[in-house]
Design a protein around this ligand. Structure first.
Ligand code: AP5
Length: 194
């Protein structure tokens, strides 16, 4: 089994790259942002709570998102592993994920860190806002999401870096070339472990 965290700031390309590499490794792609947006669309209780946080560019509380993630993982019964896109976003979530995987005899194998300069992140998201319909794709929410990323999410990268699982990737440039770079870096890292 292979479990990869695709990590990066809002707009760094987590969703784009997760989609691009999942078939290469036969992985199931879990985007917690997509799961929450689906809950909002279905007007569930979780969705109603999540919307308040998402619209303000804040993180949904750890206990809620951990329960959501656990529920999705429990339903999985195939594939060679998982790409976690947008989870974990706090050290509490990282510790919870490690425990969930440990119970299954698994672990996080690598954290792919998509590195993109801040002004390009804002530009990408504001461009996307014209078509995405996402309520958090506006300048005020984007700036807030970036602040939250710096204060609460970067420590997750440091947590996995301390375990030797960090793979930095330049997230600027041609999308296909970035995907190839991720695949090569992952294969190299996984082969080294064998
Ligand atoms: P989430 O949906 O995860 O959003 P995000 O992290 O803000 O990331 P984005 O989806 O905006 O960007 P991305 O990195 O996936 O980039 P993308 O591929 O789309 O989370 C939304 C909210 O949900 C959070 O703010 C929070 O409230 C809540 N939430 C979710 N998970 C949570 C958790 N674990 N804990 C608590 N709360 C949680 O690309 C962006 C744009 O750039 C696209 O238009 C794309 O086409 C373009 N692009 C991508 N790559 C390139 C490239 N190389 N060159 C040019 N353009 C590119």
């Amino acid at each position: 089994m292979l479990n990869i965290v695709v990590f990066g700031a809002p707009g760094s390309g987590k969703g784009t790259q997760s989609d691009a590499i999942k078939s290469h490794f036969n992985l199931f792609h879990i985007s917690t942002g997509d799961v929450l947006r689906q809950e909002i669309a279905l007007d569930t209780e979780t969705g109603r709570i999540a919307k308040k946080y998402i619209d303000g560019g804040q993180l949904v509380p750890d206990d809620i998102i951990i329960e959501v993630l656990a529920h999705v993982l429990d339903k999985l019964d195939h594939q060679d592993g998982v790409i976690f896109d947008g989870f974990p976003r706090t050290v509490v979530q990282a510790e919870a994920l490690d425990k969930m995987l440990e119970k299954r005899g698994q672990r996080v194998d690598a954290l792919v860190d998509l590195q993109v300069p801040e002004e390009l992140l804002v530009e990408r998201i504001l461009n996307r806002s014209k078509v995405s319909g996402r309520s958090d794709d506006n300048e005020e929410a984007v700036r807030q999401r970036l602040e939250v990323y710096k204060s609460r999410t970067i420590p997750v990268m440091e947590y996995y870096r301390a375990m030797g699982k960090h793979i930095p990737i330049n997230g600027v440039g041609d999308i296909n070339e970035i995907s190839q770079g991720i695949i090569s870096a992952l294969e190299q890292k996984l082969n080294r472990k064998v």
